[in-house]
Design a protein around this ligand. Structure first.
Ligand code: IPM
Ligand code: MN
Length: 354
């Protein structure tokens, strides 16, 4: 099966982690029926400096005509905030990628790296944030004047319905028995619409338990009893914030993947971490979040749960042998970005050969 994958390496540590994820694609194409053609689609801060745009038209054309996009991270400290990053929003809006899928799983080997005490980790952390990705405060990025600035939190019925339905279908597919909706319906009008739609849609899924929690309370429950959550569906801004909180619970921001998805269309896969300029170029960034984004790509865009599962297992195996600095262990060798990528690639090779 031939697939064209657009590659946006981006800024900071982006190119380093994308390199490692490409090794995984290479192994998959060497040992399975998949055949990947990679096409570069540059975007971000470095590109802005050269061409005065963070997303050249040619790059967007390449992305649109590919089967999926593998994305590093954007942002440079010497540019005003947003100069590079708005390319991400252009892609999310331009391709109508309304789902931001963010699975957050604590591998057993990393239990010691979780900042929570054992009793709070309980039976473990394995939840998925389903973040609405095209509306809310991110929809029509607002205005900034000398003495006044605004963004409007806009939600439509259609926008709420499609993401909430997706969340229930995701829960069903993944054997989850509960969907949690996170909002701020005690204050915000869009949350009141959201909550009503959530309840209406939940009636079609009688086997799934539902709950709604206010965003502030959710932030507390997430560190108090993260094992309670399975599928969590929420709006754009809240989803952005709880993603970073959740990601640190699994040992490092560097561990968490994401998929920006419109089912059946070109979708974009990226680690949730940013360009991390403080560690860029040092060869110490953790490539796991990007590698797990390839896992998501295999599952969600290329319909191969099997290969996704093998990548997951390869990561799990590798974490027993060595780790990058952000998740280091006294007993194991601390690895560079490249060594970590090679280790996972070798584990995957071993598994796919067998
Ligand atoms: C994320 C990022 C982006 C967002 C930024 C870089 C625009 O933080 O993917 O979580 O806010 O969505
Ligand atoms: Mn974020």
């Amino acid at each position: 099966m031939k697939k064209v994958i657009a590659i946006t390496r981006g800024d900071g540590c982006g190119p380093e982690v994308v390199n490692e994820a490409i090794k995984i694609l290479q192994i998959v194409s060497d040992f399975t029926d998949f055949d990947f053609e990679l096409v570069e689609a540059p975007a971000g801060g470095e590109v802005w400096k050269k061409y005065g745009t963070n997303l050249p038209e040619k790059s967007f054309e390449i992305i649109k005509s590919s089967n999926a996009l593998l994305f590093g991270a954007l942002g440079l400290p010497d540019l005003p905030p947003g100069t590079a990053e708005s390319a991400i929003l252009k892609i999310r809006q331009g391709l109508d990628l309304y789902v931001n899928l963010r699975p957050v799983k604590l591998y057993n080997a990393l239990r010691e790296r979780c900042p929570l005490k054992d009793e709070f980790i309980g039976e473990g952390i394995d939840l998925t944030i389903v973040r609405e990705n095209t509306e809310g405060l991110y929809k029509n990025i607002g205005s900034l004047e000398e003495d006044k600035a605004e963004n409007i939190m806009l939600y439509t019925r259609e926008g709420c319905e499609r993401i909430i339905k997706y969340a229930f279908e995701y829960a069903k597919r993944n054997g989850h028995s509960k969907v949690t909706s996170v909002d701020k319906a005690n204050i915000l009008k869009p949350s009141q619409l959201w909550r009503k739609i959530f309840h209406d849609i939940s009636k079609d899924y009688s086997n799934i338990t539902t709950e709604d929690i206010y965003i502030d309370a959710f932030c507390q429950w997430l560190i108090r009893a993260p094992y309670k959550f399975q599928t969590v569906v929420t709006g754009n801004m809240f989803g952005d914030i709880i993603s970073d909180e959740a990601a640190y619970l699994i040992g490092s921001l560097g561990m968490a993947p994401s998929g920006n998805i419109h089912p059946g269309r070109v979708s974009m896969y990226e680690p949730i971490h940013g360009s991390a300029p403080d560690i860029a170029g040092k060869g110490i960034a953790n490539p796991v979040g990007t590698i797990l984004s390839v896992k998501l790509m295999m599952e969600e865009s290329f319909n191969s749960r099997e290969i996704g599962n093998e990548i997951d297992k390869a990561v799990e195996d590798a974490l027993q042998d060595g780790r990058t600095k952000d998740i280091k262990s006294r007993e194991l060798k601390t690895l560079s970005t490249i060594e970590m990528g090679d280790l996972i690639a070798n584990k995957l090779k071993g598994r796919l050969k067998a």
